[in-house]
Design a protein around this ligand. Structure first.
Ligand code: FNR
Length: 368
């Protein structure tokens, strides 16, 4: 018997339901990580190395979970990160996430490899809803330039260039499940031939430029006024270089454990990056986000304590959407909001801007 939506009490519950109801190929694509999936597991378990140091006797009657990301005021410090091929999990695709994000006033990052067309997802937004674009850089820069210009014209508020995927990782679960329903939009946006014998991921990614390098960044900065954020940075040297290059942000991320296996978790990298940026007086020069393995509000709070502006969440919303559609996404976000308020109250902190390193004992992280 399938649990009803009200029986999902946390984000992991959606995963358990999705696993049972999703098509095998879709489950394989969403759930897989690279190689032995060591990084994918570590992404979540790394948060368990951090412990809270609550303050007591603080007025926590009212809790404010809102914050600002790249100039946009949001109700909670997370965003829906870019995940390709939404229609594998739900016939309506990414627009379901758009509606959930709207309801909770959080930002959605649109994937280059969405199943819905870019315009369909932009059209699904309402009022002043803010969206960002994740960009896979095409070998053909004319295509990339057109995508960027169109996104800016349509009102996208951030350009997240994925820098951790010069080649797609080997996700063996995905490769084993022969893949047949990529959908036509994906081919037209990526301008690539689809090889269906290598799993979903590889089938759609052959257009990505593996020669992308630092010297390309001035060109991106010259073709758009959108803030540019590098998604998939993994070491402090590259964060410092990104600041020097004039980009506006980085996402410390290992792509949900789908690229380099045994890469470090975002939270571990954050603990390396922020103290060094503070030491160099650079911490206000750039917004630092992390993603990967965030399943509980305590994970979000820990990231903010260590200096993140916000966090991206991927699979949990895909699973909620696949299992229950929009009501699932809505409930997943509401659960996170309830957890946020409760846990901020319990650590003795009434607003996100007051979170800081003193609230955590992060000595269990290796770089600390
Ligand atoms: C992704 N991710 C991703 N990232 C990206 O830059 N471009 C993409 O097309 C995709 N596609 C994609 C598909 C699926 C099914 C997943 C699960 C992930 C990575 C994503 O943006 C993010 O880094 C991770 O999903 C974060 O980890 P969690 O929250 O899924 O654990």
């Amino acid at each position: 018997r399938m649990p009803i939506l009200e029986q999902c009490y946390n984000l992991m519950d959606f995963e358990a339901v999705a696993r049972r109801v999703m098509k095998k190929t879709a489950w394989a694509y969403y759930s897989s990580g690279a190689d032995d999936e060591i990084t994918m597991r570590e992404n979540h378990s790394a948060f368990h190395k951090i412990w809270f140091r609550p303050r007591v006797l603080v007025d926590v009657e009212k809790i404010d979970t809102s914050t600002t990301m790249l100039g946009t005021k949001v109700d909670m410090p997370f965003y829906v990160t870019a995940t390709a091929l939404g229609k594998l999990g739900n016939p309506e695709g990414e627009v379901v996430l758009t509606r959930g994000a709207r309801k909770h006033n959080v930002i959605q990052m649109l994937p280059t490899l969405a199943s819905c067309s870019f315009d369909e997802i932009m059209d699904a937004a309402e009022g002043d809803q803010v969206q960002w674009l994740q960009l896979y850089v095409n070998k053909n820069r004319d295509i990339t330039k057109r995508i960027i210009e169109h996104a800016e014209a349509r009102g996208c508020k951030g350009l997240f260039i994925t820098v951790d995927a010069p080649q797609l990782g080997r996700r063996e679960k995905d490769m084993r499940s022969k893949f047949s329903d990529v959908g036509s939009n994906v081919q037209s946006t990526s301008g690539s031939d689809v090889d269906r014998s290598q799993g979903a991921a590889r089938a759609i990614s052959s257009f990505i430029d593996p020669s992308l390098q630092w010297s390309d960044l001035p060109w991106f900065l010259s073709v758009t006024k959108m803030p540019i954020i590098l998604k998939g940075v993994q070491r402090v040297e590259d964060v410092i270089r990104a600041i020097g290059a004039g980009v506006h942000g980085v996402v410390l991320s290992n792509h949900g454990g789908r690229q380099l296996d045994t890469a470090r978790s975002g939270i571990e990298i954050l603990a390396e990056v922020m103290p060094e940026l503070r030491r160099l007086g650079l911490d206000n020069r750039i917004e630092v986000f992390i993603d990967g393995g965030i399943r509980r509000a305590t994970d979000i709070i820990k990231a903010l304590c260590l200096g993140a502006t916000g966090v991206g969440i991927g699979r949990p919303f895909l699973y909620a959407m696949s299992a229950y559609g929009l009501p699932g996404v809505d409930r997943a976000m509401q659960l996170l909001k309830d957890e946020m308020e409760m846990n901020m109250r319990l650590i003795g902190c009434s607003s996100v801007d007051q979170l800081g390193p003193d609230f955590v004992d992060a000595r269990g992280l290796s770089m600390h």
